[in-house]
Design a protein around this ligand. Structure first.
Ligand SMILES: Cc1cc2nc3c(=O)[nH]c(=O)nc-3n(C[C@H](O)[C@H](O)[C@H](O)COP(=O)(O)OP(=O)(O)OC[C@H]3O[C@@H](n4cnc5c(N)ncnc54)[C@H](O)[C@@H]3O)c2cc1C
Length: 395
């Protein structure tokens, strides 16, 4: 029978990683483990930027794994970038800017940038330069068709005016990829958007840090654009066609978001299991009690399921197949699984779970953020209800 003979053949094993991917994960794990969560905590508290870790990852080419070889990257895919991000997070160092700089910005520039933009920016990103991404606005929120930041043609360039908020890592980025509006809107249901690469120190661009309850090296900013002049050469892709270009970056964004959640979950679960094996309060390790062991087992199952879906999403994306549904589902599942694993690890540690020394509770803000951003749980459920289940759109 064909199915029996297949078992003994050399057919690829779809659920096992290649030796190359395992090596990549091992190498990243070793690098990130040298820093570890204590380093991340210190950087987060003291306005550090995890720069030493970021630099070491970029020196080994890990921040440019998805960037084409001719532009200084490794020419691999989002699968490899997600693996790097997950392994770093699994050592207690979730790097939010991996989701922004190499995942969103490098992907959009690779696909839609001019040759000059690719030559100028991709080698820099591969070498570890950071680029922020600005789409969110106070008056538009999840409805990007409603954004109000305008780009007005002015001679050979443009003038940008408007406000963006919750823009991560602007303080440590040389450039920010800004989404502006040139027409359309909520009446038509489709905005005409245009994307620009803007210098973060451009005259007329003001940055204000937003106080946050998230302990992370990347800080958030409100950006005010007051007639910021941008050369025409900084327009990415065609004016007014930015919606399509933004969509190119959304699937990598969701996949990378999922990888960070899975990494945080793995980190928390590892710590919880070590603790549950060692801590004894009734004469035996607390992990003996099913009240402690079962939630950890559930967390393990949920994390593995999310990881599987995320690997599927990344594989589809790298094969240039439609990864929209899978990346949304992976992002949803991973955010929930990561939070659940962290909560469970905190509970397993009793009072120690809330102490800085145990390196768990400070990750709550980051893990919780990933339920809301880069796309909220509700917007994912809207997507699945509408596109996967064929239910009517409610908004
Ligand atoms: C720490 C942090 C970092 C961020 N970094 C960046 C960044 O680098 N760049 C950037 O551009 N943005 C960034 N963001 C913004 C982030 O992407 C948004 O906060 C997120 O997409 C949600 O949008 P909102 O805050 O406007 O919420 P809103 O759109 O105001 O939504 C509020 C609530 O209503 C729900 N809701 C809205 N519409 C619907 C609907 N139709 N059906 C059901 N529920 C709905 C939402 O799910 C949410 O729960 C960041 C945010 C944070 C907190």
């Amino acid at each position: 029978m064909t199915s029996l003979s297949r078992r003994n053949s050399d057919a690829p094993k779809p659920f096992s990683e290649t030796p190359e991917m395992q090596l990549l994960r091992d190498t990243v794990r070793r690098i990130a483990a040298k820093y570890g969560h204590a380093y991340y905590q210190e950087e987060s508290k003291n306005d550090g930027r995890s720069q030493a870790l970021w630099n070491e990852l970029s020196e080994h080419g890990f921040l440019g794994v998805n960037i084409p070889e001719e532009h200084g990257g490794a020419g691999l895919g989002i699968s490899e970038l997600a693996a790097v991000s997950e392994e770093v997070a699994a050592q207690g160092c979730p790097l939010l800017l991996m989701l922004v700089s190499p995942a969103i910005c490098a992907t959009i520039i690779t696909r839609h940038g001019t040759n000059e933009q690719r030559d100028e920016f991709l080698p820099r990103l591969a070498a570890g330069a950071k680029m922020a991404f600005a789409i969110t606005e106070p008056n538009a929120g999840s409805n990007s068709h409603n954004i109000e930041t305008t780009a007005t043609l002015d001679g050979s360039g443009y003038r940008l005016s408007g406000t963006k908020y919750y823009i991560s890592g602007v303080g440590e980025s040389e450039h920010v990829l800004v989404v502006t509006k040139s027409g359309g809107g909520s009446q038509t249901g489709r905005a005409e958007l245009s994307l620009f690469i803007v210098d973060t120190n451009a005259p007329g661009l003001e940055k204000h840090r937003i106080p946050m309850e998230i302990s992370a090296p990347e800080k958030q900013f409100t950006l005010h654009f007051d007639d910021v002049r941008v050369p025409g050469a900084r327009l990415v892709g065609q004016a007014g066609r930015g919606l399509k270009q933004v969509f190119v970056g959304l699937q990598p964004e969701r996949i990378l978001g999922a990888s960070i959640s899975i990494g945080i979950g793995r980190y928390a679960l590892d710590k919880a299991c070590v603790y549950a094996r060692e801590r004894a309060v009734w004469g035996k390790p607390i992990g003996t009690h099913q009240g402690v062991a079962h939630p950890l087992a559930v967390a393990k199952i949920e994390l593995e399921l999310a990881k599987l879906m995320n690997e599927k999403a990344a594989w589809l994306y790298d094969q240039k197949l439609d990864a929209a549904e899978a990346s949304n589902m992976a992002k949803y599942a991973a955010a929930e699984a990561g939070l659940q694993a962290l909560d469970c690890a905190i509970q397993t540690h009793g009072g120690n779970g809330l102490a800085s020394e145990y390196g768990l509770a400070d990750l709550w803000g980051m893990a919780r953020l990933l339920r809301t951003a880069p796309v909220s749980r509700e917007m994912i459920l809207n997507y699945v209800a509408q596109h996967s289940l064929g239910l009517p759109r409610s908004y």
